[in-house]
Ligand binder design. Structure first.
Ligand code: TLP
Length: 361
């Protein structure tokens, strides 16, 4: 048995999802005639408090569709230096849209310093600088350890952008984790954003799919972009059916994943060879470094650690730069966390037997 903590993307569909997929009523969604896709889109728009939604294949397609819909060629979008959209989405903005990414440093919780953000926004009065048309936020923030941006941060950043005529897109791949952790309705958290992508196929455990939500006008333009990207799927209701189950049955249980992540973090914090990297363990991720008492171990040693741990039946992912990540999700229960901690402890004692606690982090 493998305890797979690489990502919440590895979740298997629930029995209720498989049943719903089997029974799904379908039609041609490019004609807008798939009743199950339509139902999912209505449900998603309602949950996020927006006018309309569009079913897309992945988080990457949702974010890329949003970028290409909001920003014409030559325009600029502000992204965080740790953002998934900047680091892990294949450069789609430049490659497909001729969009210039203007990079601003993320704060440790994934937010932005307001002054730095304000200084990064430019208009079209200076031919040297591409005009800022979009601000991209990420909530929860993956590389910042799954931190949830608070309602206050979301509101402040959206208002700052809007006051300068800049739209806001939220990469909310895990926005339901944020809402559950903050104890807020998700609609309130994204109330001031112009568009949001969220994923069904991460903690919500559906096999495929994400939604892009926004105003009716934005979504009808996004629909055109989705077609260009090859995302006009025909009898997609088979997939959307699992998404409906995800939204109706899998949101509240994210709190269990968060509790398991905290348990894991507490156990890891006791090991002298581990330094937790993120400021907080607020949702379903734990990011950490390995330490020999003198210094953090480089990427090659982390790869060795992951390989040894795999032999013990535990999988972790690497975020490069010597950062390791464990993600809790549906299918991971308390005993799995205990087994994983025991395996990590054994592996580290073999690899770094003489490490004493308290070295520099
Ligand atoms: N993230 C994946 C990897 O790509 C790193 C993961 O395992 O966490 N936004 C955020 C914040 C994400 O974390 C991801 C996936 C995406 C967008 C893209 O979603 P998909 O994989 O559906 O294209």
């Amino acid at each position: 048995m493998l305890i797979d903590l690489r990502s919440d993307t590895v979740t298997q569909p629930t029995p209720a999802m498989r049943e719903a997929m089997y029974r799904a009523e379908v039609g041609d969604d490019v004609y807008g005639e798939d009743p199950t896709v339509n139902r999912l889109q209505e449900l998603a728009a309602e949950r996020l408090g927006k006018e309309a939604a569009l079913f897309v294949t992945s988080g990457t397609m949702g974010n890329t569709t949003a970028l290409l819909t909001h920003v014409p060629r030559g325009g600029a979008a502000i992204v965080g230096n740790q953002a998934h959209m900047y680091r892990y989405e294949g450069g789609g903005a430049a490659r497909l849209g001729g969009i210039h990414f203007w990079v601003v440093s993320n704060q440790p919780d994934g937010g932005f310093d307001q002054e730095q953000l304000a200084a990064a926004i430019t208009d079209d009065s200076d031919e040297h600088t591409p005009p800022t048309l979009l601000l991209c936020l990420e909530n929860t923030h993956n590389r910042c350890g799954g931190c949830a941006l608070s309602l206050e941060q979301m509101t402040t950043l959206c208002r700052l952008a809007h006051a300068r005529g800049v739209k806001v897109h939220v990469d909310g791949a895990r926005i339901f984790n944020a809402a559950v952790a903050l104890g807020l309705p998700v609609s309130q958290l994204v109330a001031e954003a112009d568009s949001v992508t969220f994923c069904l196929s991460k903690g919500l455990s559906a096999p495929v799919g994400s939604l892009l939500v926004g105003s009716r006008d934005f979504i009808s333009r996004a629909r055109w972009v989705r077609k260009v990207l090859g995302g006009g799927l025909r009898q997609a209701g088979v997939l959307a059916a699992a998404g409906i189950v995800a939204l109706e049955q899998m949101v509240e249980r994210l709190a269990e994943d968060h509790a398991h992540a905290r348990l894991l973090a507490e156990g890891l914090a006791e090991l002298p060879q581990i330094r937790l990297a993120a400021q907080c363990v607020q949702t379903n991720m734990v990011i950490f470094r390995l330490h020999d008492g003198e210094r953090a171990l480089p990427e090659e040693r982390c790869a060795e650690f992951r390989a040894r741990l795999k032999n013990e039946g535990v999988l972790l992912s690497s975020m490069d730069d010597g950062l390791l990540r464990a993600v809790t999700h549906y299918g991971i229960e308390r005993p799995h966390i205990e087994l994983a901690l025991a395996a990590i402890k054994r592996t580290l004692e073999e690899m770094l037997p003489r490490t004493r606690p308290g070295g520099a982090s």
